[in-house]
Ligand binder design. Sequence first.
Ligand code: PGA
Length: 257
Amino acid sequence: MSRRYLIAGNWKMNKTAAEAAVLVKGIVDQAGSESAVDVAVCPPFTALDAASRALKGSKVALGAENMYPKASGAYTGEISADMIKEFGCEYVILGHSERREYFKESDAFINEKVKAALASGLKPILCVGETLQQREAGTTIDVVSTQTKGGLDGVSAAEVEKVVIAYEPVWAIGTGKTATPEMAQEVHAQIRAILSSIFGEDGAQKVRILYGGSMKPENADALLAEKDIDGGLIGGAALKADSFVSLVNSAVKAAAK
Ligand code: PGA
């Protein structure tokens, strides 16, 4: 089973609309016609319009960083699936560890979002990952298993093909500390085994599992060479066109092997 690599930029709370247009132009100029791998940028809501215009005509896809599970209504400050789809979003990042930590998002709430995203035709990028404390306590697999199963509760085998999982060890996010390729592969393989237990081996083989956490040009080749690492969710290195494009090129190289 050959899964297409996906390199997705998670911009977090960075870039105004004007800055987003410049960054997307830089990415599109260098990687806009790349067809061997999938590429996506996920800017803040306020920059979706500018980013969407700047990537028109290119193969780079657009994603959002979050959404609310309800379709509309009295949810002050929230954004629905239809609102992000209006800008051409194909992906939406859900359950990022920063949202779990700072906004107390639970697996049940994230699950509502995953199902709402799928129902509206978006591809959820479901983030899972352990904290340093949990890793040191030896509970990494338990944590990742609970988050994966919780996030995908009620999702069908047909729908799961649209889901992307991002394994992001919390201790590696924005810290410069990366999981070694072996450490990451071990968890990715476990996630695939969990997916297989729920959706069958066929379904599990179709789901892309990205690595996230200080992925950068220096470590990307080794990470992407691992069997169950199907791309990256990139924070810091996605904020400059050169480093992001270098990661895209690493995925192109890995795909050719
Ligand atoms: P990082 O962030 O690449 O800056 O570590 C990744 C993420 O949080 O998605």
